[in-house]
Design a protein around this ligand. Structure first.
Ligand code: HEC
Ligand code: HEC
Length: 368
């Protein structure tokens, strides 16, 4: 049989037929391929709608005014914005290290120790609310908080404008980009445009979502399957694998009683609304790049992803996971690490030595 068909193939008639068939099949295959965003570089985030998964890929490219991005980048790393001219946004949000720092609590001006873990600035534009309590909806609204907070950068807008005004390069850049030159609005705008540029596309998981089945190992795919079937995805979902809803920390168990040392910060959105149902409620954090943004949780208590996954399955799902299941979920989470300026994000160097002082006004541990 085999010999006969091979003989057939040697006849020119059959050979031409086969080539025509193969060419046709290739054309049909090409025509039925989904158009990847790679081929539409200027497509904005909103245009992605073709995946039916609960998580959507980060756009490959966003259209932003690159000169504003450059100016904002400079402001973001410039300590002159802070009152003592020693702290910049990048002091706590290190772009070479996952967009945060490796500490449980960051240090602001004059050594002030924060009371809540610093989240990454990468992809925060895709969160529907900002900060752990979700107090802000946009990057513009959020900006005054770090800048003016006396324990973060302790600045005042007058002071910031005055200092930037003294710098000829800043004066020149602002007047060439903004009709009214240097102003509060212009500084706000440049920093906002820059923060929008801090997105991390092209993680292996996103490549998988876009149709490259080989982008994830079998273990990572199993991790994603567990993440969905166990219900992690009911809270961590959307483009940022989180960042789009409020949930209680400790749905199925009292995390805080077991941890001890309850602080005001632990009460979450209750601080904003005063409503009992908001006690211990937080904006669900994004899990994009989570492998490089430890330590975890608003209290920075979980040093490793294994710890964080265990806490989540215990207190959010009331389930205990096997070491194999934890390993698979962790591998899946590691596949969420994306690229900034074409390079994969990296974890901060020397993650040890994190500041672990629980700071904040203490309230009785049985409150709530
Ligand atoms: C001293 C450390 C520190 C400095 C300096 C700092 N931040 Fe932050 N940043 C934090 C902490 C802590 C939070 C979380 C605050 C909260 O949830 O209450 C945060 C939250 C954020 C968020 C919200 C992220 C999200 O997805 O929820 C953005 C955006 C941000 N900072 C941008 C900036 C910018 C811009 C600057 C400079 C103007 C800046 N930060 C300076 C520590 C810092
Ligand atoms: C009911 C909602 C809910 C479910 C289900 C849930 N989470 Fe979470 N997750 C949260 C909230 C809320 C936080 C923030 C807790 C805090 O720090 O206050 C969080 C935080 C995390 C963090 C830490 C992120 C960071 O940057 O600090 C990780 C990792 C995480 N979750 C993974 C998972 C995994 C894996 C599962 C499934 C086993 C899961 N979560 C299930 C709501 C949920």
């Amino acid at each position: 049989m085999v010999a006969t068909s091979l003989q057939h193939l040697r006849q020119p008639k059959y050979l031409i037929g086969l080539i025509v068939l193969l060419t046709l099949a290739t054309i049909i295959w090409l025509l039925t391929q989904p158009i990847g965003l790679e081929k539409l570089p200027d497509e904005p985030a909103e245009e992605i709608g073709w995946t039916t998964e609960p998580i959507q890929p980060i756009p490959i490219h966003l259209v932003l005014d690159q000169r504003k991005v450059q100016l904002g980048a400079r402001l973001f790393s410039d300590p002159i914005l802070s009152r003592d001219e020693k702290i910049s946004c990048a002091s706590c949000h290190d772009l070479q290290a996952g967009g945060a720092d490796a500490k449980a609590f960051s240090i602001g001006i004059q050594g002030a120790v924060g009371t809540i873990n610093t989240p990454t600035v990468f992809n925060s534009h895709f969160n529907s609310r900002l900060n752990w309590t979700g107090a802000f909806e946009t990057l513009e609204e959020h900006l005054d908080t770090p800048l003016l907070n006396p324990t973060v950068m302790g600045a005042s807008w007058d002071d910031v404008l005055h200092k930037l005004q003294r710098n000829a390069e800043y004066r020149h850049e602002f007047s060439s980009l903004y009709p009214h030159g240097l102003s509060v609005d212009a500084v706000r705008d440049a920093l906002t445009v820059f923060q929008k540029s801090l997105y991390t596309p092209n993680s292996r998981f996103d490549r998988y979502l876009r149709g490259d089945a080989t982008a994830l190992t079998a273990e990572e795919q199993e991790g994603y399957r567990l993440f969905k079937s166990y219900g992690c995805v009911s809270c961590h979902q959307g483009i940022n694998v989180g960042g789009n809803m409020f949930q209680k920390f400790g749905v199925l168990g009292d995390y805080f009683v077991n941890r001890g040392n309850l602080t005001k910060t632990d009460t979450g959105r209750f601080q904003l609304t005063g409503k009992e149902e908001d006690r211990f409620v937080f904006r669900v954090p994004s899990l994009r790049n989570v492998a490089v943004t430890g330590p975890y949780f608003h209290d920075g208590k979980a040093e490793t992803l294994d710890e964080a996954i265990t806490v989540m399955s215990t207190y959010q799902l009331g389930r205990s996971l096997s070491t194999d299941q934890i390993r698979c979920i962790k591998s899946f989470l590691e596949s969420l690490t994306g690229e900034y300026q074409g390079k994969p994000l990296k974890a901060p160097v020397g993650k040890v030595g994190a500041v672990r002082i629980l700071h904040g006004s203490r309230i009785s541990s049985h409150a709530g």
